[in-house]
Design a protein around this ligand. Structure first.
Ligand code: SDX
Length: 443
């Protein structure tokens, strides 16, 4: 991992706040820490010792769980940066391999560093041959995310020589193995689900090309990866690479805080990402668009989305942090048109429906007042569908791309000298102590 001093400005005490308990009159002075960007934080580590109170923040809407130098988000301004570089610049001018290096090392690679990194990843893309047997234990109609959770967790049984988390070299080898093998694991999950033979990775293709090749090639004929599709795939990977302390990244950090091996931690992250409120939303967006079916049905579904008694939500809209347009959605919206044009898809009814839905929603007072904008999942599914992926693979692609963010954040957590096992407390509202009731007296 990068030298912490070279790429980050450690937090420092800015000032203090004084907390007064108006019931007891007791006060507690707490330090306020200032980072390099964004809100300052109140350091409450001494709060319980000094006041006997916990903080209370279900869903962590106002809680900073760690110090990090990897990704910065300004939700009000719709800003996303990785190590100080804007997502717009990285999507337009960089590559996913460069972004992987940046997230792991803290700096964009030189030409020599990029070549060495790409070679390392390329030569870790194959799976231990015995792992292929694991796929045959799954039903053919298993959701590929179920296969991903299982196979990634099983990596610790085959790559035990990179599970000593106290060894920086093993941490980086495990990170490289995960980044390199996720496309192979994902492609094999897809091939298994459609009854086609596994396609092995090739060392003459770049990361995105290799993934597309393993997904769409068959042994019976030559498969040529379309450059525009490979570029779109690479850009989609960049846009999903990391996103601060989201639910799945926090899951990886908490799993890692107990000392669990990196493969188990990433399997936990995949499980968390699967939820429709998180990475599963891209699959849910396509299902929603199919359910809406036509533009004249949009008002009916918007009405449902606004009804607190109706569990229906507009999938691909809203975000815990972004109260502005998700910058990734803006890039994907543009890419949609480019990819569809390159694929010769003139008028995609789903894209037309999505754009009309977005137009109406962004004018609707409910969505405007609650600052509900399209997020990264709103357009990604439309591109992926046009590229030939089934909706069941959408979240798999999200997990594939997010693996580099997970391992970078996991490494940063382990290297933090202040890191300790994550163990939140609670506000207990259950029964107070009561005597045991023998069966005869239980009515
Ligand atoms: C990702 O955290 C990350 O960074 C995640 C991610 C990443 O890269 O890791 O960006 C990836 O997960 C993107 C989000 C994908 N999920 C969806 O698109 C699912 C639909 N969106 C919602 O479920 C919701 O917006 C969340 C889960 C994304 C955010 O939920 P919050 O922050 O808990 O917000 P909330 O549920 O409290 O909503 C605030 C209000 C509520 O109304 P009130 O109770 O105040 O009356 O807005 C409403 C919600 O009912 N609301 C929606 C809505 N999203 C929020 N109403 C209709 N449709 C929606 N999509």
């Amino acid at each position: 991992m990068a030298d912490k001093l070279s790429d980050s400005k450690p937090s420092k005490n800015a000032h203090t706040v004084t907390l007064t308990d108006n019931f007891t009159g007791k006060t507690c002075e707490l330090p306020v820490l200032k980072g390099s960007e964004g809100p300052m934080v109140i350091d409450v580590r001494r709060l319980y010792a000094e006041t006997g109170h916990f903080t209370y923040d279900p869903g962590f809407t106002s809680t900073g769980s760690c110090e990090s130098a990897i990704t910065y988000i300004d939700g009000d301004e719709g800003i996303l940066m990785h190590r100080g570089y804007s997502i717009e610049d990285l999507a337009a001018k960089s590559s996913f391999m460069e972004v992987c290096y940046l997230l792991l090392q803290g700096e964009l690679p030189t030409k020599k560093q990029r070549s060495a990194f790409e070679s390392t990843i390329t030569y870790h893309t194959m799976l231990h041959e015995q792992m292929l047997n694991l796929y045959r234990g799954f039903r053919r109609d298993s959701h590929p995310m179920a296969i991903m959770v299982g196979v990634v967790g099983a990596l610790s049984a085959f790559y035990h020589d990179s599970t000593d988390i106290s060894d920086p070299r093993q941490r980086m080898i495990a990170s490289h193995r995960l980044i390199a093998k996720m496309p192979t694991i994902a492609a094999m999950a897809y091939k298994y689900s459609i009854g086609q033979p596994f396609v092995y990775p090739r060392n003459d293709l770049n990361y995105a090309e290799n993934f597309l090749y393993m997904i769409f090639a068959v042994p019976c004929e030559e498969f040529i990866v379309r450059p525009a599709v490979a570029r779109a795939m690479d850009r989609i990977f960049i846009l999903h690479a990391d996103h601060e302390q989201n639910a799945s990244t926090s899951t990886v950090r908490i799993a890692g805080s107990s000392g669990a091996n990196p493969f188990a931690c990433i399997a936990a992250g995949i499980a968390s990402l699967w939820g429709p409120a998180h990475g599963g939303a891209n699959e849910a967006v396509l299902q929603m668009l199919h359910e809406i079916g036509s533009k004249d049905k949009i008002p009916e579904f918007l009405k449902r989305a606004k009804d607190r008694n109706d569990p229906f939500r507009l999938m691909g809209f809203g975000h815990r942090v972004y109260k502005n347009y998700d910058p990734r959605a803006a890039v994907l919206r543009e890419s949609c048109h480019e990819v569809l044009e390159d694929l010769g898809v003139r008028d995609d009814p789903l894209l037309d429906l999505a754009m009309e839905l977005e137009r109406i929603a962004l004018e609707d007072p409910y969505f405007v007042e609650k600052k509900l904008f399209p997020n990264v999942d709103f357009y990604s599914g439309i591109i992926l569908k046009a590229m030939g992926f089934p909706t069941s693979m959408f979240t798999v692609l999200f997990a594939l791309a997010r693996t580099v963010g997970w391992v970078a954040q996991w490494q940063e957590m382990i290297e933090d000298p202040n890191h300790r096992i994550s163990r939140p407390r609670q506000l207990y509202t259950g029964p107070s102590k009561r005597p045991f009731v023998p069966m005869a007296k239980r009515g």
